[in-house]
Design a protein around this ligand. Structure first.
Ligand code: PLP
Length: 402
């Protein structure tokens, strides 16, 4: 059994179509009754293949009606070269770019769209920096629902925009940033035009919990010392915290990894709040970064993220665009792993925190790399060496490669 409750006042929320607490305006969360798991052992789950729906008992929807594209089950790479370059005991990369639409958003969307179907919704929608729209469009197509996505004009990476158009969503570019687009979309949801599937919808983070379940599962229940992830709207870090809290309550894990959030320097409200030791944050009015997926000034789940970081003894740090692009190249050229800029923020953050002595050299760390390199080909090509040009002769090709 599950109940939707307010994250702030704890009150139960019955109306499935509100996105905040009717009493206090607080964020919503799903409260799972963990009694079902009393007779269950972690290894019992392994009868199902690795992926989101292996963890169906922890998801608050009817798994027999799942709208699924076989999301999750992504690789956890043991990065030996990065380990020695960074100078730390263990580095794993959880490669979320291997999801069906190329980002971790698919984990939340399979659960969120299943919920929409359960509620009998006909039209779903979201505001998005790109990946949420790519993912929702695909799952809406799979479920046979109409889909409306609002994007900040001019700031969406080419691959993501192409995906939303390709899967048949109504794509609306709004003349504003992500935070503006989300306000409009929420209003449309309140007016009944669409069912909102941004991560403010508490069923999205429920699916996103599974990235943490998989990491622990893939490490045979040896909990890493730290999990590092990029923070935009802060849904993912909150979901990872919730997942680990549930497994800790069951005694399936004996300790919590330090949850560590990385933001881009031009878009870092959570990092500023963390440095000032505050539980709440001041929105950033003009967020700016090459990592468009985390170009968010007013993170919806910011308070949950700060709680996740404080509760686990983690930290929040920011990295420059140059550090992000350098980390992206390092991952590609040393490990053969292609990620988009926002995802590389986790690696850039790790490098910085080791240099600063915040992450100890004997730690075993997992970095979540949230999206695929193909999402943003323009940024990649700008940050690489120039293409060589030659006449169609062996001599000329020899000349230019010399
Ligand atoms: C959405 C997204 C993020 C940010 O995740 P939040 O849950 O909003 O903090 C980071 N990287 C990529 C690639 C994303 O698509």
């Amino acid at each position: 059994m599950h109940r939707v409750v307010c994250f702030e006042c704890g009150g139960e929320v019955d109306d499935p179509f509100v996105d905040s607490c009717p009493k206090c305006g607080g964020l919503l969360t799903v409260d799972l009754d963990l009694d079902f798991a009393s007779g269950l052992r972690p290894y019992d789950l392994r009868k199902r293949p690795l992926g989101v729906w292996r963890y169906a008992p922890f998801l608050p929807v009817d798994a027999s009606r799942a709208v699924t594209l076989q999301e999750g089950g992504t690789p956890l790479y043991d990065c030996q070269d990065l380990r020695s370059i960074i100078g730390i005991k263990g580095v794993h990369v959880k490669y979320e770019g291997a999801n069906p639409t190329g980002s971790f958003k698919d984990r939340g969307m399979t659960v969120g769209v299943t919920r929409a179907v359960e509620l009998g919704c006909r039209t779903v929608g979201c505001a998005s920096t790109g990946n949420t729209s790519a993912s929702l469009s695909a799952y809406a197509a799979k479920a046979g629902l109409s889909c409306i996505v609002l994007l900040p004009s001019g700031k969406v990476a080419a691959g993501k925009l192409a995906q939303a158009m390709f899967y048949g969503a109504k794509v609306v570019m709004v003349d504003g940033n992500f935070d503006d687009a989300l306000q409009v979309t929420s209003q449309l949801a309140r007016e009944g035009v669409l069912y909102l599937l941004n991560s403010i919808n508490p069923f999205r983070p429920e699916g996103q919990k599974t990235v943490a379940f998989e990491i622990v599962d893939q490490l045979d229940f040896e909990v890493p010392d730290r999990i590092i992830l990029p923070v935009g709207n802060a849904g993912n870090i909150s979901a990872v915290h919730k997942a680990l809290t549930e497994w800790k309550a069951l005694g399936w894990i004996d300790r919590m990894p330090k949850l560590t959030g990385v933001q881009a320097a031009g878009s870092a409200p959570i990092v500023r709040a963390f440095r000032d030791e505050r539980m709440d944050f001041e929105p950033e009015q003009h967020p700016e970064t090459v990592a468009t997926a985390i170009r968010i000034g007013n993170p919806v789940s910011g308070k949950k993220a700060l709680k996740a970081i404080y509760d686990t003894g983690g930290v929040a740090t920011d990295v420059t665009d140059e550090e992000i692009l350098a980390a992206q190249r390092l991952l590609g050229r040393k490990e053969g792993i292609g990620v988009e800029p926002a995802s590389a923020a986790s690696i850039a953050g790790l490098i910085k925190l080791v240099d600063d002595g915040v992450v100890a050299r004997d730690e075993r760390v997992v970095c979540i790399c949230t999206g695929n390199v193909l999402k943003d080909p323009d940024t990649v090509m700008r940050s690489c060496e120039e293409i060589l040009k030659a006449k169609p002769t062996v001599e000329d090709v020899r000349r230019v490669i010399a």
